[in-house]
Each structure stands twice: as C-alpha cells, then as structure tokens.
Ligand binder design. Structure first.
Ligand code: GMT
Length: 387
C-alpha cells in the first residue's frame, strides 16, 4: 500500500512511534511517505522504502503566526495526488489530523483513507484547551478510523470529546528482536566510578513530568545509598531542576545530558528508571526501559498500569508519593537479585505484549480494512457528530 505518516519530528514518543512504524511498514514492502517540518530524528540516515517530504511554511509580514496547518495540508494533498496514497495516517490530533482532513478534502476523488492516532497530550492537555475542543472533535469524527495508544486514552477521549466514537486501542511498540544494548554506548565508570547505583529519567522536561519529584526521590535515595542521577532530555523545566539540584546540594551526583538520540544505549547503564509523571497516556520511555531490562519506578496514572505491571516490571505509586518512590528505589538498589529479576520480567512483558511484530500488523490490518470499504463515507458525518 501507499501510506503517508504525518508526525512531529522531535524527541517525543509520538514521533518515535510514527518513525518506527514508517520503518516497519517499509520493511513489510509498503511505500511509505513521512511528512513533517523536519526529518524525525529516528529517520535520519537512509531507510529503504521510506521517503521524506518537508513542509515549508510561507513567511510574510502579515502572517504573525506561520500557517503550519495549511502548509502541512498542502504538502499532504500534493504527495497524495502525486503518489496515489491509499492512507494518510496522522499521529497526534493537533494539527496533524486537521491538516490531513483538509488535504483529503482538497484531493477530491479518489480519496485516501484517513487514520488518526491519538498519543495523549493531544487529548489530555492540548485538547483540554476549550478553544480546540470543536476542531479536535471534528477531525476525530471525520477520520475513517481513530486509534489510541492505551485503553485509558481511548476512554478519556470518549469521555471528553465524543462518547460514541469508535476508537481502536493499538499500543505503542518496540523492537525486541535485538539483544539489550551493552554498556559500550554509555559511560558507567565515568558516571558512577565507585559503583554507585544509577537512576535515570528521560523526558521532554514539561511540568507534567514532575521533574522536581525525580530530583527529590533521588535526594532521598542518596541520603541512604551512594547513587547518581542521569537526566536525559530538554524542556522548560530543566532550569528549575538545575536550581533544585543546587538547593539540595546534589552537586556532581546529578548529570544533565540534554537531548540524546540513543536511548537504548544509555539505558544499558541504568539501574532504575524514574517516571513520576502526573499524566502519561502510555509512557513509551517506560517500555524502552523494560526492553533494556531496567525496572521502572513510575506513577499509577493514565495508561502506565497497562504498560508497567506493579511488582512485575517495576513499581507504581500514587502521583507525588516521593517517599514511597524513594523506598521502592532503595529496596531494589539493595537487592540486586530482585532488581535483575524485575528487569528480566519487564523485557519478557515487552516481548509478549508490545513487540513490533505483534503491533504493526494491527495497523496494516486496519489500513486494509479501510481500503476495502467504499470511498465516499468520508463526507458523511459519523454517529455522534453534531448535525
Ligand atoms: O509527553 C508529551 O507531551 C509528548 C507526547 C508525544 O508526542 O510523544 O507523549 C505522549 O505520547 C507518547 C507516545 O504515544 C506516550 O508514550 C506518552 O505517554 C504521551 N505523553 C503523555 O501522555 C503526557
């Protein structure tokens, strides 16, 4: 099939999943076109079967805000007409699903099918902004199919947007075919020269990730056991985290690595992953840690319990329970046997439920089903949409 994948190119999970999907679909023989404003970092280099189309945005003094939604729609319409796309698959509702809808209207006949995959903040944060409410609902209801990365997100979308919207839950996935990375890509001796435990956090440093909880959990752990904290990512909370590290006098025991591409390589040096988010529709980082055999200490919110089972692949605690998370971390640091067993169990769970070979065919089956349906349904409002 000829498939366009629309996504963000940044280090967030939706861009990672969309890129990995593009690669997997191309490996299965599909003709894949990725459309975004920059090459997604996971797609740098050459991937046979994947072609990239850059969205260019007009600038003119009158245009105070660059019209990305329109630029994306125009590029998609162009790619769809030239390549005869069967499917446009938009990852993230805002604005990708809206642009995809516009593109489909521009093209006319034959129309590609439109699939929208919801990732989380497009519904829980961006979608919670009332000014986007109607346009998101519209884009979802005019999609030929909507998928969500967890049961939690599907439920939340129905509750907040469209109670009758059919949403297929297709979880995120990881490549479990390769053995876990070895420590050659990271710097275990440099980070922890005296054999300290290494706690890691990876995120986009947004308020929703509760970076201060990461630092406070580490502070409590380090009062009891020698430990180091490695922080990976960039975002608005980084300066605040640096200030907290200074206030708590954690000094050189906390390393800020900034944005990094090779997450699996760096996870090879971690003993534990901390993910104390206050919202997480899935928690791709947790799944990546599981593949690397790293137990996860996370919050029991959103879709995380669908990924990390408490007591099997890690520990789940209430949002803000810093002392509980510190106790759980200390217990695992002091018991390497249990920690390693938990790491192995996490990898097994990732293989059982979230391996690429299991999940990608579900998207392919969805595309095939839509392609086999009559093509004029797109102009008919779906059940539940306002008339
Ligand atoms: O956290 C974000 O805002 C980024 C966003 C994204 O675009 O990657 O993350 C969401 O999508 C990921 C991939 O499906 C999920 O693993 C994350 O849990 C989800 N983030 C939140 O729900 C906060």
């Amino acid at each position: 099939m000829r498939i366009a994948i629309v996504c963000y190119p940044t280090h967030g999970g939706s861009g990672v999943v969309a890129s990995e999907l593009a690669i997997a679909l191309a490996d299965s023989g599909h003709d894949v076109h990725v459309v975004s404003y920059a090459v997604p970092f996971r797609l740098r280099g050459f991937h046979p079967g994947v072609r990239f189309h850059e969205v260019e945005i007009a600038s003119y003094p009158l245009l105070r805000f660059p019209p990305y939604t329109l630029g994306l729609a125009t590029k998609l319409a162009e790619v769809a007409s030239e390549e005869g796309l069967d499917v446009i698959h938009a990852h993230y509702a805002v604005p990708n699903a809206v642009s995809a809808f516009l593109a489909r209207e521009i093209i006319g006949s034959p129309r590609p099918r439109l699939v929208t995959t919801l990732h989380g903040t497009d519904i829980t944060l961006v979608g919670a902004d009332r000014s986007f409410d109607r346009v998101i609902r519209f884009a979802l209801e005019r999609s030929d199919a909507v998928t969500a990365v967890s049961g939690y997100l599907a439920e939340r979308t129905r509750r907040d947007f469209s109670p009758h919207l059919p949403i297929a839950v297709i979880p995120n996935f990881v490549d479990t075919a390769l053995p876990p990375a070895d420590t050659s890509a990271c710097a275990r001796e440099a980070w922890a020269p005296a054999g300290e435990a290494i706690l890691m956090h990876i995120s986009n440093f947004r308020p929703v990730k509760r970076i201060s909880d990461v630092v406070r959990v580490f502070h409590a752990v380090r009062q009891e056991e020698p430990a180091r904290l490695v922080l990976i990512g960039e975002g608005p909370e980084r300066l605040f985290a640096q200030q907290l590290v200074r206030e708590l006098e954690l000094g050189d025991d906390v390393l800020f690595l900034g944005q990094q591409d090779d997450v699996q390589g760096l996870l090879a040096c971690a003993d534990l992953l901390l993910l104390p988010s206050e919202q997480e529709s899935f928690g791709l980082t947790a799944l990546e840690a599981m593949v690397a055999r790293v137990p996860v200490i996370a919050t029991s919110i959103g879709g995380l319990p669908e990924v990390v089972t408490d007591g099997e692949a890690g520990r789940l605690l209430p949002v803000g329970d810093v002392s509980g998370m510190a106790r759980a971390a200390l217990k695992l640091i002091r018991d390497p046997g249990s920690r390693k067993a938990m790491g192995r169990a996490g990898r097994e769970r990732a293989k059982r439920h979230f391996r690429r070979e299991l999940v990608v065919p579900r998207y392919e089956a969805l595309y095939r089903r839509l392609a086999a349906e009559p093509r004029d349904r797109s102009s008919v409002p779906m059940a539940g949409s306002p008339s």
